[in-house]
Ligand binder design. Sequence first.
Ligand SMILES: Cc1ncc(COP(=O)(O)O)c(C=O)c1O
Length: 405
Amino acid sequence: MTTDSAPPAARVELHPQTRAVHPAVPPLAGGRPLSPPLYQTSGFAFDSAEAIAEAMAGPEGAFVYTRRGNPTTRALETALADLEGGAAAMATSSGMGAISAVLLSLLRPGDHVIAQRCLYGGTFSILGDLAARFGIEVSYIDGERAAEVAEALRPSSRLLYLETIANPMTQVSDLPALLAAGRAAGLTGVVDNSLASPLLCRPLEHGADIVVHSTTKYLGGHSDVIGGAVVFADAALHRSVWGRAVELGSTADPFAAWLTLRGMQTLPLRMRQHCAGAAHLAANLAAHPAVSAVHWPGLPTHPSHQVAAKLLDGYGGVLAFDLAGGREAGRRFVEGVRLASLALSLGGVETLVTHPASTSHRELGEAELAAAGIGAGTVRVAVGVEHPDDLWADFDQALKGSECS
Ligand SMILES: Cc1ncc(COP(=O)(O)O)c(C=O)c1O
């Protein structure tokens, strides 16, 4: 298939599953490589000083220095913009590199941000830091009703920050309604789409201006690379955030970009299996006597089920469940799994479990945990692509162990 030379319209007619497998490969004289080549170089030599100066004009210019742009990184950016339906994309050194570049580019002292309460911890921390050090004010909303945006609005409101699927309790934001309310008030809508991936949701289609990703998660998919990305609805916004990211040094290394591109080619297959595995575990966990609640948007009992059914092309591979035995049962469960691993992160091919109350949130008491929407016995599962029966057999034996006194 011709990729780089194919007109955008022809690519758009293809399913995302097909487009993920065929990223645009820069053309070569003669045959072209099947896999995008890795340009592992920090810079590019020129014969004329004038040509270097011209190349430094902006993100679209010739490649000069890899912090500003690189053909491998560009191939990843083109593939990401294509899958998310954006005008342009920027690959970054991590998900936090993407989030911090966006926030530091768009916000000024005195600006006000409206953000969803259930946020990835790193995002919550940087918003707190910006508030303390630069006078940026932040109001948190539940993200369930569009009216919350209007209620939180101030004359200084500048940005609305949401996550498609929140971590760890898997609330799904009503993106079309919330983003429309933000747009009506002139806010820039930013959505972290890491847990959904562009295979399950494309927030730009629902009115977002910017999508951020931790490509460390599903896009890379193999727990072997740290990376991030920002995808823009508008090329002018890309140019201004790119300029700041180049100054901050948060753009991507070519090898990390290459690994991410390679991972992305199997994203559709992996996503299907993550979702199927999560459905199997969710159904079995819901029927288990040691489990008091299961949080997965595919279950009709989940508070976001209706929104998720409309918004998502699959309910995702992350789920959480509460053990009736509380904190001690949660700790015993995550130490008792044999096939799954006790580890942070998500989106890789292997199943990972964490117990927030004894790991990431161990400083919090029961009341503070409850305020964060997490129970003392809550376990978060990032479902991998193993056979669902093998996963359930592992969980079943670990649940038995979690009940022992
Ligand atoms: C939803 C979400 N966004 C952003 C990040 C940050 O990504 P990274 O670790 O690649 O910096 C994470 C990491 O866990 C995440 O879960």
